[in-house]
Design a protein around this ligand. Structure first.
Ligand code: NAD
Length: 256
């Protein structure tokens, strides 16, 4: 199948919904074979089924990204399915609303909430990167890794606290790994979405819709597909000289 990712084997976490699902579908349309992984296996299966129905190749995998053994099993399963991992999108994540912490200021976060946020949004990304890099290094072809940071990885956001801390850390991990593995033909970049219309932002939209949009120069939410397009380019050979970089896809939010 021709396309920007023709012949590549891709692994996507958080592929059972939102940005991860849109990216999995786009990757497949661009010719990649896709391992769609998620804590919500049913969601991952729906994504994989949609790819297969459209004539693509996909497998669904179950993973809890904070558990090293599960991450290893996911990576092994992806390699078993497609022989290697050329592209990895470390995208699984949660927002404050997923922890019932929407709108809480720093001192109002619970220790459990803080720990879970850092575990999923930071440690989970690192565990995935670690295993992907080990496999890509062992394989002469190298690879491309994209992590999902956020505009919250570049700016403070009131009510974001541990989310903002984790996403800043993802930006830092990305820059560091970009430098460390540039000589191994492994590129590591991050995408920084602004406000995207997915389940994660449903509560924010319901509570703060107009107020939020007034702060976005484009005056609208982004679509998951618009993030997927950037990830696809970053995973493709067209971005062969791009590494250690973070790309905003945010309707101008960070520039304003
Ligand atoms: P979403 O809730 O639609 O999808 C997130 C997916 O991650 C879900 O399928 C969920 O099951 C999975 N997931 C959650 N915890 C997991 C875990 N521990 N292990 C494995 N899978 C897990 O949200 P989304 O908006 O598509 O978010 C995807 C990524 O984009 C997240 O990292 C999020 O922080 C980031 N992001 C989203 C926005 C936005 O406005 N939606 C903005 C900036 C960044």
């Amino acid at each position: 199948m021709a396309g920007m990712l023709a012949g590549k084997a891709a692994l996507i976490t958080g592929a059972g919904n939102g940005i991860g699902r849109a990216t999995a579908l786009l990757f497949a349309r661009e010719g990649a074979r896709v391992a769609a992984a998620d804590l919500n296996l049913e969601g991952a299966q729906e994504t994989a089924a949609a790819i297969r129905e459209a004539g693509g190749e996909a497998v669904a995998l179950s993973v809890e990204v904070v558990e090293a053994a599960q991450v290893e099993a996911m990576l092994d399963a992806a390699v078993e399915a497609f022989g290697r991992i050329d592209c990895a999108f470390n995208n699984a994540g949660i927002g404050p609303a997923n922890l019932d912490h929407f709108g809480r200021r720093t001192h109002e976060w619970t220790e459990d909430g803080f720990d879970r946020m850092i575990a999923v949004n930071l440690k989970g990304v690192w565990l995935c990167m670690k295993g992907e890099i080990e496999r890509m290094k062992a394989d002469e072809g190298g690879g491309a890794i994209v992590n999902t940071s956020s505009v919250a990885g570049l700016l403070g956001l009131p009510g974001g606290s541990a989310y903002v801390a984790a996403k800043h850390a993802v930006s830092g991990l990305t820059r560091t790994a970009g430098i460390e593995y540039a000589g191994d033909n492994i590129r590591v970049n991050a995408v920084c979405p602004g406000y995207i219309a997915t389940d994660m932002t449903r509560e924010a939209r319901a509570r703060r819709g107009n107020e939020l949009m007034n702060r976005v120069p484009a005056r609208r939410m982004g679509e998951a597909q618009e993030i997927a397009e950037m990830v696809c380019w970053l995973c493709s050979d067209r971005s062969s000289y791009v590494t250690g970089a973070t790309y905003n896809v945010d309707g101008g939010y960070v520039a304003a």
